[in-house]
Design a protein around this ligand. Structure first.
Ligand code: ATP
Length: 583
């Protein structure tokens, strides 16, 4: 496929905010693509060259480098390119306009194929070391001189990481189903394969080349993360026992979730967002290699920072110091961790995800040689409210967040990619009158005044609506920030700045600055209230009214969470209902 054909689809996608229309446009694109191009097409459309979990380098060029490239490719002076950029705020438009202005003077345009562009991106991503910046620029100049002005718009946005077509994974699955099976009804089967492998490109390719039957046979593949199972929430032990009956209550440690893949000597660790974080935790890799007694396994657990002498659990913030690219061994020494295991999804060729909890836990116990730093999380099997209450109190006094209570019924499978009622979390904060913290994504901001001049005074926060792939506002948060937080916000958020309200944001409030929904924060409020100015669950509980978090306070950043992992509109509705029941 020619890149110029692909970007015509991009322009059509950009012109609509309706999810159904986007699904149709993408289905048409997938229908005309060759099966072996699909994989690259999908990642390019998401602004990447491969899924995050591969651990391969991403393109990531600085805006300054791209300005230099545009200037060289178009023959425009650098100042002129900078002027268009500062006027439009969009490196894509700067590239397009520069090329349009100088196009007549250009010679020998060679049509670019999608593979040409993909390969160039791949080579740019893999340039490293001395002189790599200028080699990256050279490579990009060669692509842009051969592209159309419209193509240059999308190429420039892709390399700086601002290609945002608003196409989520679920929209792609719908479109694939539509393109290759004639209806989006078969999405479920595609989703299952995707949940087991997290590999949209491979799912698409198998579907196009071999059909739905082959997709239905998808298996866990070592080295490709399984999309993680998540928990629902309830506020009392009584409700939990009523919902689950016999269950196993496990300590809920506040750290980072690990999904560990052991494939002989090759050990990889994936985060909650399915990033490959192996390189950051060499100590965990060593523990897996010595303490896991089988050759092939997929395990899950929570890693927490601990005090080296007392073994006491340290805060989530301490653990986050381990999330870095340099001086890794030194940090491993300074901030040691322990891994508390709670899942076993695969052992030596056997997929355990369809097996019940008790079987998976027994297998985990079998294959792990426990140490103080690498062991199974504490668990208690019960069906008694009073035992659950005691165990919860013990968990809190041991410094955990509370419990994750798991069904032990026959059907208590591992439901990849689902927030399931087979797991229910019970946290300390749910017990108070206050609403539990929610994870929200920043979509806009209002400038600070007085002491906060130069930073943001308040942030507009949204919850996620997975059905429509939209972010809907629930509150403006302006308190709970430390001076340090305030200082860090411009740097943290300015990379996400958007010219206008992003198409996947639903807001009635006019923010002074808009952001692409990417930065997730934990926010605690006093309660959930009806609100005529917020769009979360608008019209669901009362006409002309949505839901809002009242008196919201910022607690902390949740860099471990993707925007799609934020508290959903549905959960906020549930929280509102639960709260109304107890009043
Ligand atoms: P939270 O914000 O409460 O950490 P979350 O949205 O990350 O929640 P949930 O599925 O709602 O994810 O809660 C489960 C999370 O708790 C897991 O992702 C995991 O990181 C952590 N956790 C800690 N201990 C356990 C455990 N024993 N079993 C399952 N998850 C656990």
């Amino acid at each position: 496929m020619l890149y110029s054909t692909l970007v015509e689809f991009y322009a059509r996608l950009e012109a609509t905010a309706k999810r159904l229309e986007m699904t149709d446009i993408l289905a048409e694109l997938f229908g005309v693509a060759e099966p072996d191009e699909l994989e690259h097409l999908i990642y390019l459309t998401q602004g990447k060259i491969h899924p995050d979990w591969t651990g391969e380098p991403e393109i990531g060029m600085a805006e300054k480098m791209v300005v230099e490239t545009i200037s060289r490719a178009s023959g425009q002076r650098k100042r002129r390119v900078e002027a268009i950029l500062s006027e439009s705020g969009d490196v894509g438009l700067a590239a397009e306009k520069s090329l349009l202005d100088k196009r007549q003077a250009m010679l020998g345009e060679k049509p670019l194929s999608v593979s040409d562009v993909y390969n160039a991106f791949d080579q740019i991503a893999n340039e490293s070391g001395k002189g790599s910046s200028s080699r990256k620029i050279d490579r990009l100049v060669r692509v842009i001189v051969n592209s159309s002005p419209l193509g240059a718009r999308y190429i420039a946005r892709t390399v700086v990481g601002t290609l945002r077509l608003g196409v989520g994974d679920m929209t792609i699955l719908d479109s694939l189903s539509l393109a290759f099976t004639g209806s989006s009804e078969n999405r479920g089967q595609l989703e299952r394969a995707y949940n087991l492998t997290s590999d949209l490109g491979a799912v698409a390719r198998t579907l196009a080349e071999e059909g739905l039957e082959s997709v239905a046979k998808a298996q866990i593949v070592l080295g490709k993360p399984v999309r993680m199972m998540l928990a629902q929430r309830l506020s009392t032990p009584e409700e939990i026992i009523e919902k689950l009956g016999a269950c196993s209550a496990e300590y809920k440690l506040d750290g980072e979730r690990f999904q560990i893949h052991k494939d002989g000597d090759s050990i990889q660790i994936f985060s909650r967002r399915l990033e490959n974080i192996t390189a950051m935790y060499p100590d965990a890799v060593r523990m897996v290699s010595t303490q896991v007694k089988v050759n092939h396994a997929v395990l899950e657990g929570e890693a927490v920072a601990i005090d080296a002498d007392s073994g006491e659990i340290k805060s989530f913030q301490t653990l986050m110091k381990r999330r870095r690219k340099h001086r890794i061994e030194e940090m491993a020494e300074r901030f040691p961790i322990a891994v508390f295991l709670f899942e076993c999804l695969y052992v030596d060729g056997d997929d355990l995800t369809p097996e019940p909890y008790t079987k998976r836990r027994a297998k985990l116990q079998d294959i792990v040689e426990e140490t103080e730093r690498f062991k199974l999380v504490r668990a208690l099997q019960t069906s008694e409210v009073s035992q659950l209450v005691d165990f919860f109190e013990e968990a809190i006094s041991d410094g955990t967040e509370g419990l994750v209570v798991k069904s032990t019924a026959e059907d208590s499978i591992y439901r990849a990619g689902a927030r399931s009622w087979l797991w229910v979390k019970l946290k300390a904060s749910y017990q108070s009158k206050m609403v539990e913290p929610v994870d929200l994504v920043a979509v806009g901001a209002f400038h600070g005044r007085g002491r906060r001049a130069g930073s943001y005074g308040a942030l507009l926060m949204a919850s996620y609506d997975p059905d429509e792939d939209m972010f809907r506002t629930v509150c403006k948060v302006g308190s709970g920030f430390t001076d340090e937080d305030l200082l860090s916000f411009p740097e943290l958020l300015d990379g996400e700045r958007a010219e206008d309200k992003p198409r996947n944001v639903d807001s009635m409030l006019e923010a002074e600055v808009w952001f692409e929904p990417n930065v997730v924060m934990e926010v605690l409020g006093d309660e959930i209230t009806l609100s005529p100015i917020h769009t979360c669950a608008f019209g669901r509980l009362r006409e002309e009214s949505g839901l809002a978090v009242r008196f919201p306070r910022f607690l902390r950043l949740r860099e471990d969470k993707a925007p799609e992992d934020t508290t959903t509109v549905e959960e906020i509705v549930d929280m509102y209902r639960a709260q109304s029941r107890t009043q």
